[in-house]
Design a protein around this ligand. Structure first.
Ligand SMILES: [Zn+2]
Length: 453
């Protein structure tokens, strides 16, 4: 069985303009090599559009566990990478875990046969169409109208007639041609027209592919940019599984494959890759990818087709270090992306503890407190975002140096500022006041911004 991915990638990351050293943009600093690298956790909102109540042709309210299982699989693919089948032309380190996760926030259900249908044949009804019919020759079964429309009426081979009373509807075309000297197009139909009909209007039919279109996202969410909205729809003329993630805010998944959840999860894995800013592997987006990679639905091999998530192959299992880092960079630096992650929601269990003197030379969007241990120093040289409720806790004689950048809240709210204590405790109400108070040093226009106060 063949599954078609209709994909389109048009989203370009908006480069964020925050004050910090240029090295903060170095993609190599965002490769999640060790356990201390924070996860990017994307907040997913599920929307299911049913065709009708009696014939949903989609998931229903009873299927939330199936949708959750799909995302369990997607998370597994992102957590347990496989080595590349097709290698780059130089040695590339293998990152076993992308540290990218998806967490479903809620499920919403709708019934709308028009929104549901992402793939159907329809008549052209804009940009001057339908056209006025000049005459109909019932002997030859030909319709005549002005202008050269031959190319459009040739393929696919159907016309739609309007306002003819007896001949309205779709008809198969036998042949069409253009008479240059008379500037008119003639379409001959296969089936006999009723001579008692009127002249009316004519248009050609074509395949509407709305898989990448934003109309369903706009209608269901009002263009919301606080989640990645996954929208399950259908298609009346395409039985295959397809999806399109042209934006960090929505992904359309049409004609999901209920029989084979693994295949469906592979499709979503590829499509959310687009949502997160990844392009197809050919041409290669980064220099740690193979120079050539066949983009077809085929088994992976070591000669022509990779197992990269961003290929169409049937064994997606790999992302390169720079593909992964590109996502981490976007979701740690760009406020427009950070708001779609859990980094805007304070989590008391996600404390970052600085046990040695450290310099942070890449941006971080953290979702918990930062604790600098006794006598240690944390130097922040790239943007750090903390959510509402988060603090920087300095133990006795600890130092926070903010050098040429800001500690702020990139979610458009405030964070809770710096506190001093003798020794950090998870239950902060039990912390004793500092006996040898730590200090904050602001260098090169370093700032603590958007502090609650
Ligand atoms: Zn694609």
């Amino acid at each position: 069985m063949k599954f078609l991915f209709s994909t389109y990638f048009a989203f370009i990351f908006i480069s964020s303009s925050f004050p910090q050293g240029t090295g903060c943009h170095d993609i190599n600093r965002y490769i999640p090599r060790d356990n201390s690298s924070n996860e990017v956790i994307i907040k997913v909102m599920i929307h299911v559009v049913k065709k009708s109540e009696t014939d949903p042709q989609n998931f229903t309210e009873k299927d939330t566990s199936q949708i959750r299982e799909q995302f369990d699989l997607v998370n597994r693919f992102y957590r347990f990478l496989e080595p590349p089948t097709l290698k780059a032309d130089h040695e590339v380190e293998f990152i076993p875990d992308t540290k990218i996760r998806f967490v479903i926030q809620d499920y919403k259900f709708y019934t709308d046969s028009i929104l549901w249908d992402r793939y159907f044949t329809g008549a052209k009804k804009d940009q001057g169409y339908p056209l006025d019919v000049d005459s109909i020759n019932y002997k030859t079964n030909e319709i005549v109208f002005k202008g050269n429309h031959h190319a459009l009426f040739r393929k696919p081979a159907q016309v739609e007639l309007y306002e003819t009373e007896l001949n309205d509807g779709r008809h198969d075309i036998d042949i069409s041609y253009y008479i240059k000297s008379e500037k008119k197009t003639i379409v001959r139909l296969k089936n006999k027209l009723d001579p008692a009909g009127k002249n009316g209007k004519i248009s050609f039919t074509y395949m509407n592919n709305l898989n990448c279109a934003s109309d369903v996202y706009n209608k269901l969410t009002g263009g919301d940019e606080n989640y990645l909205h996954i929208i399950y729809t259908g298609g009346s003329e395409n039985p295959n599984s397809f999806g399109c993630g042209p934006s960090p805010y929505y992904l359309n998944v049409s004609n999901f494959n209920k029989i084979n959840p693994w295949v469906q999860a592979q499709t979503i894995t590829h499509e959310v890759g687009h949502c997160l800013g990844l392009a197809h592997t050919f041409p290669p987006q980064f220099d740690d990818l193979p120079r050539k990679d066949g983009m077809i639905w085929t088994p992976c091999d070591s000669i022509a087709h990779s197992n990269n998530f961003m290929n169409y192959s049937i064994c997606k299992g790999y992302l390169s270090p720079k593909q992964i880092a590109h996502i981490h960079k976007g979701y740690n630096t760009n406020p427009k992306l950070i708001v779609t992650t859990t980094a805007c929601d304070y989590d008391n269990n996600e404390t970052t503890i600085v046990r040695f003197n450290e310099t942070w030379d890449r941006a971080y969007a953290l979702r918990g407190n930062i604790v600098v241990k006794k006598n240690k120093a944390l130097t922040v040289s790239c943007l750090v975002s903390l959510p509402e409720g988060a603090k920087i806790i300095l133990e006795n004689n600890a130092t926070l140096i903010v050098n040429g950048t800001s500690v702020t809240n990139s979610c458009g709210r405030t964070w809770d500022g710096v506190v001093y204590c003798k020794k950090y405790k998870n239950n902060q109400t039990k912390m004793k006041p500092a006996s040898k108070r730590g200090k904050v040093v602001l260098e090169n226009n370093g700032k603590l911004e958007n502090v609650k106060g």
